[in-house]
Design a protein around this ligand. Structure first.
Ligand code: NAD
Length: 473
């Protein structure tokens, strides 16, 4: 569906249980050769995938805009993220190294060898219909795994388009097609994946509700997960902040992608001494955001993804006003075809109001006053989710408190930069009901491999660890 019009753009067959079986058989057939190929050679394949995606960056980005509904520059940025991720993975393919550890036994060496897991599954959400695959695929491939992808059913065209680019590169290099397969579908295909004992790692991105189910099924069979679930980012603005900077960051963070990023700014906590000035300016800037077709130049606000999201938007505003919230700007569905809603700010009576505790995946920002950084940190940490957050302050003591052990409990803890728009070099992910997973940069690659700790004896003696004597001597 095109969310800007509410009309169908394509009909896409979804995978069946039989097709899932044939995908898995292809992966099994590809596994050994791919795992045995030297990692830098696998990196070379990922380098070619990166180049192939670069060549098609604009059409791929526009398919995202058409089907998901984010504006084209953001769609193209999403594809750029895959290119960046592949480039980083190419370098890493020469650096997925373990340690050499001193042994307590003479003539012994302990070393870590990182080996492929075998198969990795990626189940992704509609809101980043290509980038999430990119984060996982690039690392999974250089680590020597065969990868199966199931994208969100409402962004099937994105899944098919990106898969074609990847598969073409495999074909050109005579690589077995089972190294990367797509099995589109909804919960039924998802369940086939999560319950499959042949898939040691399931990387899931989506809501905490579905993430909980994925976690139960995969951990129930002692599989591994990377869970990237719901967020509920707070932005804290303190008196020493550069307010212009904070304003721009909050506007992008709350209205960008029509509020449909896991890192979207959903709660704005402003110190009481700058509250009126900041919130009045922000409300003014909300009114001038141009809404329109995501594929047209100049549009900054596209539609939300589907009719259900419009209903959730209306229900969340009703709930907030019933709790004493006051709509400062927006609050209604737009009078135009498709799924457009007005970006909305609701002023809440308290920084821990109940309505603020759930993630509603729409451009709805709750604002509330705080009297101190301690109060803001307590409010930030009071929700079930723990993905992203931001502090605007130039007071060094506040900055270090915010990032330190008694500060924010999120996985992404920003200072004078908004809550959304992470770079791939850092490990991405969050705590609590966000799931605890980490993807993309830093040492996230280690999750796609199994560590073999190898003790190697290069003598004719057999000393036991801890000096234990066992018979004989
Ligand atoms: P969703 O949970 O509805 O669906 C996610 C994926 O799970 C889809 O592919 C869906 O088909 C699949 N699925 C559904 N039931 C399943 C089951 N029983 N077993 C296995 N798979 C199943 O999420 P959504 O609406 O597509 O995406 C929005 C959510 O994703 C938001 O909560 C957002 O915060 C979250 N998200 C998180 C991150 C992150 O990195 N933390 C990134 C993007 C999106």
């Amino acid at each position: 569906m095109n969310p800007a019009t509410g009309e169908a753009v394509a009909t896409i067959a979804q995978g069946t249980a039989e097709e899932y079986k044939s995908c898995r058989a292809a992966m099994d057939a590809a596994k050994k050769d791919w795992a045995d190929m030297p990692a830098p050679k696998r990196g070379e394949i990922v380098r070619q995938i990166s180049n192939a995606i670069r060549e098609k960056i604009e059409p791929l980005g526009k398919i995202i805009a058409l089907e998901m509904g984010k504006i084209a520059p953001e769609g193209i940025g999403e594809v750029q993220e895959i290119v960046d991720m592949c480039d980083m993975a190419v370098g890493l393919s020469r650096g997925i190294n373990g340690q050499v550890i001193p042994s307590e036994r003479e003539g012994h060496t302990i070393l870590e060898q990182w080996n492929p897991l075998g198969h990795v599954a990626v189940i992704s959400a509609f809101n980043f219909p290509m980038a999430v695959l990119g984060w996982n695929m690039a690392l999974s491939m250089i680590c020597g795994n065969c990868t199966i992808w199931k994208g969100a059913p409402s962004t099937s065209l994105c899944s098919v388009a990106l898969t074609k680019v990847i598969v073409d590169v495999l074909k050109k290099n005579d690589i077995h097609p089972g190294v990367f397969v797509l099995c589109q579908g909804d919960a039924d295909v998802g369940e086939l994946i999560t319950s499959d004992p042949g898939i040691p790692l399931v990387s899931f991105t989506g809501s905490s509700k579905v993430g909980r189910r994925v976690s139960e099924v995969v951990h129930g069979r002692f599989g591994r997960t990377i869970l990237e679930c719901s967020g509920n980012a707070a932005v804290v603005v303190m008196p020493s902040a550069n307010l212009d900077l904070a304003l721009r960051a909050v506007l992008f963070g709350s209205v960008g992608t029509a509020g449909q990023r896991c890192t979207t700014s959903r709660r704005l906590l402003v110190h009481e001494t700058v509250y009126d000035e900041f919130v009045t300016k922000l409300a003014g800037s909300y009114k001038s955001v141009p809404a329109g077709n995501p594929l047209e130049e100049g549009t900054l606000l596209g539609p939300v993804h589907c009719e259900r999201a419009v209903k959730e938007y209306e229900a969340a505003i009703k709930e907030a006003t019933e709790e004493g919230g006051k709509v400062l700007v927006g609050g209604k569905r737009m009078d135009r075809p498709g799924y457009y809603v007005e970006p909305t700010i609701v002023e809440m009576p308290s920084c821990t109001s109940e309505s603020m505790k759930e993630e509603t995946f729409v451009p709805l920002l709750y604002v509330a006053k705080v009297g101190s950084l301690d109060e803001a940190i307590a409010a930030n940490n009071s929700v079930k989710q723990g993905l992203s957050c931001a502090l605007f302050s130039t007071d060094m003591r506040e900055v270090f408190k915010w990032v330190g052990p008694s500060g924010s409990d999120c996985g992404l803890v920003n200072v004078n930069a908004g809550s959304s728009g992470a770079e791939i070099g850092g490990a991405f992910g969050g705590e609590k009901e966000t799931g605890g997973g980490r993807e993309s940069g830093s040492n996230a690659w280690q999750q796609y491999m199994r560590r073999s700790t190898c003790t190697i004896n290069f003598t004719d003696e057999l000393p036991l660890a801890q000096g234990i004597k066992f018979g004989g001597e």
